[in-house]
Design a protein around this ligand. Structure first.
Ligand SMILES: NC(=O)c1ccc[n+]([C@@H]2O[C@H](COP(=O)([O-])OP(=O)(O)OC[C@H]3O[C@@H](n4cnc5c(N)ncnc54)[C@H](O)[C@@H]3O)[C@@H](O)[C@H]2O)c1
Length: 354
């Protein structure tokens, strides 16, 4: 059984610690936080040793995985250090905050031959996987119109807590790089690579932050489909993340990972599958307004897949190359909003203006 050290014990780190109670391939072996009080508290709760620096854990032979849960703009530094020390990595989203930092991580893991696996837990929800399988099997015909929307609310106190949220350097962006990144990853995974993007962003409801709290982008996919990506942390009280995937032979709508519309020509007449009204009702609660309201099951699947990949010597579903795609897409949105012009992908470098 692999052992993992969770690094960063703020909102999401303790959630990862809890997930290791249910994982089959890997267990918690240590906790790390620069804040000693926090590290000691969770060490007691989960009955593992605690440390205040990554370096101490990198030296330990009984730790196979470093599970990175620190502010986003530090992900690359920790991942590269772990790769150099011969450790596998599980990394929270986003992979880092610029495409070039993602490139650094990819290169480090090519050299180390250890496994890098990203967290995009929504790919592991049942209806997300069924949607991806239906599109891949051509059951929606030619994809025509697609999109995702993350209309969430974050109070000013959310950005005021901690000194990294809402900063360019460590958050990398606002409602898209931090919150909408999940929905964007799912859209790209299901609908394929993006060819070009034209976008607007704005800061409308918050003070003292360097990033956007509203963003809207039109997207052209390589397969010709057109789409809309939108996100907000300025939409009180916040509601469900929605995906619309439509084509010449079918339509699927997801609301917080559950299918609310499932109409495929090849099964016309059958009842729509998925969560239906219950999903819609459930969709108005959760992470829409509360960053700590995240479920465990899909995280457990995501973490177990990464550990299994290390054991089997293969890439996990959310490989380093896969983790980078959403960061690249969001960077293209920021570049388009900054320049007022469409941006073609791939985009391997982008320095946002201060
Ligand atoms: N997958 C999800 O649904 C999800 C949900 C929330 C957050 N996240 C991601 O998780 C990451 C952390 O977010 P959070 O909300 O938990 O942040 P947070 O500010 O609540 O916690 C970060 C913790 O990291 C510690 N830390 C900072 N630098 C460190 C270092 N060099 N070594 C060790 N510890 C260090 C801090 O002391 C703090 O305890 C972010 O990248 C965020 O985008 C993902």
């Amino acid at each position: 059984m692999f052992k993992s050290a969770v690094v960063g014990l703020g909102v999401i780190g303790p959630h990862h610690c809890k997930c290791y109670r249910s994982t089959r391939e890997i267990q918690l072996g240590a906790v790390v936080d620069t804040n000693a009080e926090r590290a000691e508290k969770y060490a007691k709760e989960f009955n593992v040793p605690w440390f205040t620096s990554l370096d101490e854990v990198l030296k330990r032979e009984d730790i196979d995985f470093i599970d990175i849960c620190v502010p986003s703009g530090l992900h690359g530094d920790l991942a590269v250090a772990a790769a150099k020390a011969g450790k596998h990595v599980i990394s929270e989203k986003p992979m880092d905050v610029t495409p070039q930092r993602c490139g650094d991580i990819i290169r480090a893991f090519k050299k180390s031959k250890t496994v890098f696996g990203g967290i995009f837990q929504h790919r592991f929800a049942d209806d997300s996987r069924r949607t991806k399988a239906a599109v891949d099997a051509g059951r929606l015909g030619r994809l025509t119109f697609v999109g995702c929307s993350t209309p969430w609310w974050r109070a000013q106190e959310y950005y005021d807590y901690g000194d990294w949220r809402g900063t360019r350097k460590l958050d990398g962006g606002g409602c898209l790089m931090n919150q909408g990144v999940h929905a964007i990853d799912l859209l790209l995974w299901i609908c394929g690579p993006v060819k070009s993007i034209f976008a607007r962003t704005a800061l409308l409801a918050h003070q003292k932050i360097e990033v956007e709290d509203v963003a809207v982008a039109t997207v052209e996919f390589e397969n010709g489909a057109l789409g809309v990506i939108s996100g907000s942390t300025a939409s009180f009280p916040g509601s469900a993340v929605r995906h619309v995937v439509t084509g010449t032979a079918g339509m699927i709508n997801l609301s917080d990972d559950q299918a609310t519309i499932w109409q495929l020509k090849d099964e016309l007449g059958a009842q729509p599958q998925g969560g239906g009204a219950a999903a819609t009702a459930a969709a108005t609660v959760g992470a829409a307004a509360d960053p700590a309201a995240v479920s465990t099951d899909i995280f457990v699947r995501n973490i177990d897949d990464i550990a299994r990949a290390a054991r089997e010597g293969r890439q996990p579903l959310v490989s380093a190359e896969e983790h980078r795609k959403a960061v690249e897409c969001i960077s293209a949105i920021y570049k388009s909003a900054q320049t007022g012009r469409p941006v073609r992908l791939p985009l391997r470098r982008f320095e946002p203006k201060a």
